[in-house]
Design a protein around this ligand. Structure first.
Ligand code: HEC
Length: 161
């Protein structure tokens, strides 16, 4: 057991990373990778939103399903592995919005809850999208968005630093 790596592994486990490893990545690469993951989820959430705002006869179920599957896949990809201790600070030129509170042991329980809830909501979104019912998707889209915001309110800073 390499104890120096233990905190990172513990955190990765909390965030559902399981056996996912990112130890070959430099801190700046972790920050870039997680920001890209969130950005890609955001883009796909926007695609779903646009469909939900479209008239019912223009509602594109297939597009919504594809977008929901991307969000689900990223949510289950083990992003916890991209949160090495110290990555709440800029790595060279690469800035981050991660709050130091993320690494505070006092917040561990809440972080676990937030991360697990997000996984649950993203899985449900994909499940409901499979069914293709616009109203059901609307409701679950709202829940998923709340799960994103729940984490941001607590662990994402307003500005990059
Ligand atoms: C477990 C916590 C958590 C969840 C869940 C989460 N985010 Fe985030 N998000 C963050 C953190 C932390 C950052 C800042 C990352 C950084 O700058 O290193 C961030 C950054 C972002 C960014 C900015 C990325 C950039 O280009 O810098 C977007 C957009 C975003 N999130 C959208 C979403 C969306 C959409 C969802 C839900 C589908 C979501 N996030 C779920 C924690 C979370």
């Amino acid at each position: 057991m390499n104890f120096a790596k233990a905190p990172l592994l513990a955190l990765a486990t909390i965030l559902g990373a399981g056996a996912v490893s990112a130890q070959h990545l430099k801190p700046e690469e972790m920050i870039i990778a997680r920001q890209a993951g969130y950005r890609t989820m955001d883009w796909n959430m926007d695609k779903i939103k646009a469909q939900l705002e479209a008239p019912a006869d223009k509602f594109d179920k297939k597009l919504v399903l594809n977008a929901a599957k991307v969000v689900q896949a990223i949510a289950n990809s083990g992003m916890g592995a991209l949160y090495a201790p110290g990555t709440d600070k800029a790595a060279g030129e690469v800035k981050t919005r991660l709050k130091p509170e993320f690494f505070d042991p006092a917040n561990k329980e809440e972080l676990t809850k937030i991360a697990m809830n997000f996984g649950t909501q993203a899985n449900k979104l994909a499940e409901v999208a499979e069914g293709g019912d616009q109203k059901a998707i609307q409701a679950q889209f709202g829940e998923t968005g709340k799960a994103c915001k729940g984490c941001h309110d607590k662990f994402r800073a307003k500005e990059k630093h």
